[in-house]
Design a protein around this ligand. Structure first.
Ligand SMILES: CC(C)(COP(=O)(O)OP(=O)(O)OC[C@H]1O[C@@H](n2cnc3c(N)ncnc32)[C@H](O)[C@@H]1OP(=O)(O)O)[C@@H](O)C(=O)NCCC(=O)NCCS
Length: 345
């Protein structure tokens, strides 16, 4: 296990947050729940039928896991009412009808969608964080949170970042040995306002999870107006506007742009192209203009640079929710439980 992951796990263990895992039907999740409790990583609430979970996982100790069966749990009607009230006035895009006609309809729905059930437990304050996605798509994992948990104060955009861990040895352009890349996984073509939110949330992820003091670079193919794409996507003015918006919203944050990647990380280039910038040449948080650039960028760092990518870490929710990869193993689930615990305020 990498040093950073060890540090995240040990910080999480001190907090003893209660994390809900709605996918009791998935053995990788059940094994992670069992180990998380045994190792003192977090308190775990697992959704599903206790007898069935035990039958499907005969070799796994369920001791210490709080197993809740939504079918029989006495707070289910309370959660159903919460959902009905939270979504009143919302129209289902497919049917053109209200999402939930009444609390009974909301109840029937949450008994089929345990991720939404878990999001309502989080909204009610009955748990501190939610981890799902081992057997559900990203969209189905995040949508309940987007619909009922909503965004943190001052932030309108839920986004994601990867914590990029450098390979062993000296790394001239990343002396911290760790960097944050965003948004590589959620927002496809973010606006300037959304990019400003992504930058502010990523700085928080850098501080809270990666354990580094953020120096945020807003990335482009242009440095401080050296290039322009006015005839095409207007991405340079977008990054310039995002930089101005983020600086106005978070004046204490060390953030600057727009920068080419080399101007952001190489002191010799930064000095030449942006001599007055505190960020040029020593950035450690990198904000990309869209998901194409972000996703391609993090995979280049992984494959050519030997970096380990931890995440995607979801950020910007009012309360923490994280999405697992469907190819995850139980160790990955534990790592995401720990990250989620650190995000719970
Ligand atoms: C995030 C995502 C799942 C949302 O999809 P969706 O549910 O179809 O989104 P909708 O536009 O229907 O919005 C649903 C609600 O979420 C809100 N929302 C959507 N995206 C949001 C965001 N990034 N931040 C904050 N709120 C958001 C909408 O405002 C809407 O709220 P409302 O219903 O209360 O009015 C979608 O953007 C997505 O699939 N992104 C790409 C994910 C992906 O495939 N990544 C690749 C994995 S590496």
């Amino acid at each position: 296990m990498s040093e950073i992951l060890k540090s995240i796990m040990s910080k999480a263990a001190k907090l003893q947050k209660n994390i809900v895992l709605p996918e009791g039907e998935d053995s990788r999740v059940v094994i992670a729940a069992s180990q998380a409790v045994a190792e003192g990583l977090a308190k775990i609430t697992l959704l599903g039928n206790a007898e069935e979970i035990a039958k499907n996982n005969p070799d796994v100790s369920l001791e210490g896991i709080n197993i809740i069966d939504p079918v029989t749990y006495d707070k289910t009607p309370v959660y159903a009412q919460m959902l009905f009230e939270a979504r009143q006035g919302k129209i289902n895009k497919k049917t053109g009808l209200p999402e939930y006609a009444d609390a009974d309809a909301a109840k029937a729905s949450i008994l089929k969608d345990y991720t939404m059930y878990a999001a309502l437990m989080l909204k009610a304050g009955d748990v501190d964080g939610l981890v799902s996605g081992a057997c559900h798509s990203t969209a189905n994992t995040l949508r309940p949170g987007l619909q009922v948990i909503k965004t943190a104060p001052g932030i309108k955009t839920v986004s994601s970042s990867f914590i990029m861990v450098a390979p062993e040895g000296e790394n001239k352009y990343n002396p911290d040995g760790v960097a944050v890349f965003a948004d590589c996984a959620i927002n496809i073509e973010p606006s300037a306002e959304e990019i400003a939110d992504i930058a502010i949330s990523s700085a928080e992820t850098a501080r809270d999870i990666a354990g580094i003091e953020p120096r945020v670079a807003m990335l482009s193919f242009s440095t401080k107006g050296s290039g322009n794409d006015d005839k095409f996507f207007k991405s340079v003015p977008k990054m310039q506007q995002a930089t101005a918006l983020a600086k106005a919203a978070a004046p204490d944050l060390i953030l600057d742009g727009e920068f080419q990647f080399d101007a952001a990380v190489a002191p010799e280039v930064g000095k030449l192209k942006a001599p007055d910038s505190k960020v040029a040449g020593n950035a450690n948080v990198f904000i990309f203009p869209n998901i194409n650039a972000g996703n391609i960028g993090y995979k280049i760092a992984q494959r050519f640079g030997g970096y380990m990518a931890l995440g995607p870490v979801c950020q910007g929710f009012a309360k923490p929710i994280n999405d697992l990869s469907r190819g995850c193993n139980s160790d990955d689930v534990k790592a995401v439980i720990a990250i989620t615990a650190l995000q719970a305020k």
